[in-house]
Design a protein around this ligand. Sequence first.
Ligand code: ADP
Ligand code: SF4
Length: 646
Amino acid sequence: MRGVKAEGGWAVVSTEEAEIHPSSDLSPFAEQRIWDERDIPALRLITDAVHEHDALAAIELVHNGHHVANLYSRTPPLAPSGVTVNALQPKQARAMNKSDIRQLRQWHRRAIGNAKRAGFDIVYVYAGHHMSIAHHFLSTRFNQRTDEYGGSLTNRLRLTRELLEDAQDEAAGECAIAFRFAVDDLLDSDGIRAHEEGRAVVELLSELPDLWDVNVAGWDNDSQTARFAPEEGYQEQYTSFVKQVTRKPVVGVGRYTSPDRMVSLIRRGVLDFIGAARPSIADPFLPSKIEDWRVEEICECIGCNICIASDNSCVPIRCTQNPTMGEEWRRGWHPARTTGKTSDDAVLVVGAGPAGLECACQLSERGYKVALAETGAELGGRVLRESRLKGLATWLRVRDFREHKLAARANVDIHRDSNLSAEDLLAFDFPHVVIATGASWRRDGVGRSTRHPLHADKTIRILTPDDIMQGVAIDPGPVVIFDDEQAYLGGVIADHLSDEHDDITLVTPAGVVSPWTDNTLEQERIQAALIRQGVKLRVSQKIAGVSDEHAETACVFTGRTDPMPCKTLVLVTERSPNTALADALREAMAGQAEHRLQTVEEIGDCLAPGLIADAVFSGHLAARNFQRDPAAVEQELFRREMPSLP
Ligand code: ADP
Ligand code: SF4
């Protein structure tokens, strides 16, 4: 994955945080590790892959202090002062004594030596989030020490200064030392403010690192979604002062995908380098596209944080826009290369949502002649529909990037306003049909918490997310949204409708709203936004029935029911795959001996409803495997990391 990024033109490719010692063990999350020399061979694979493309390799060394619970290593967590660990575990970190501090410096030095041996060109000292011990010492929230490591800013900064001095000494000019520093905690009180202590820190350490890498803390502020930070460059107001205080080069992030914006940052003297995690995930070839004047081909990050959700779910990285991300080694996929066609057959793809669009892109990339048919006048399917909701406008980039690609290809025909039937498909000349007809939200109340349909009641109008996305008018009176899915859409719809309606209640069986969005770092923001918008929240409740202008909620623990006024009930429960076309086609094929159709394959939400990222992946996978030997495809399990015991 990192080799692909280097090939795509990134000048420096850096690891994520790399734990330097077993007392900094972020299990169960898959974090980079450099605990000892046994980690060197795996890290060497990274640096070799990066160097192969003449880029520099960087590693972010970190001790996570009390951010970790050390569940794997079973080591007591460490902190400047005794505090409860940040992970939701009944554990506390112990206050470090002077000998602990000396040991920490030794571990850090050893990690730098091992990083050098692994071939890294840039080694980071890390205080970029609330997750690092350097930050914990700096923060008055966590540092109540009375010795020379606590109290004044100079004292709280002492450990960071020592780590930086040790790093420069250990690097001995053979690699550069970068310092990642969050200039602002974005806290109401008790935190570092960019133009106060944040600036003072940069002044005090100004020339000590070789490179300043600046951002804001914590991670949820640093990696904001487009829903809450719609514009790229949202960190600029905090970090722009840094270049005025140091002569060393400065790098910063901000979900930058626009080359104009990048140039402006350099010209205005805000940054020397453009840093990017998510834009490089969505498009590992972003720099080379700029270099080759192919900026219209950039695949822009949509700011959905599915990449972060995969990290938080302890699986390899996934990306909505880039289905090859995380599959470079596992499946041998490359974002800019694929295998050529193996026949001159033409393929008809039915449905132009994310699955159909991606499948058509990838098939045409392979050289197949492709026709893409869509019922609607516009392409996009669910990304078109969902992008109409508050905060989700950038999701249309999933369509725009692919529509732009398809429009430029001579081997692709796009047919809008074409609602195809099974008879149409049989009458056409295509030997292969891929069905990507999506899924529809259920209207009967069946979902996670209720497996039986609700009894309809004439006094209450039942709507689905599909109705809301189509913009149906809401009748006056109380609106109840039942979010049984508990992902993002229920909260989005509540927020969306609350701009126009003032009597909205969100009912969820969960203890908080949209609990899945903890994965995307959005849950607290969503709950705060709904409270501010005046949306009433009923947690730990499900809808048990509807009658006489009332919805009856039931406590998920006790079953105790409670009626609430309701004129409109929006059910965000489950989706039914739209299989009617595929079912009818198979039936018609069975009854008609003479037809030209050879293969029919379903992809995306009509196969199994999921995230947009899942639909894109499904379309990509089907196209990659199209006309490959089925036995080979079945046998070809993706590669995985296997335990190797000494
Ligand atoms: P996915 O997420 O799997 O891509 P979507 O719901 O986003 O699914 O998209 C499915 C698309 O298929 C929609 O745009 C819909 O209009 C289109 N579609 C559904 N049935 C037909 C059909 N019979 N003919 C052409 N297009 C269809
Ligand atoms: Fe951007 Fe979403 Fe891809 Fe992450 S998953 S890089 S936020 S498009």
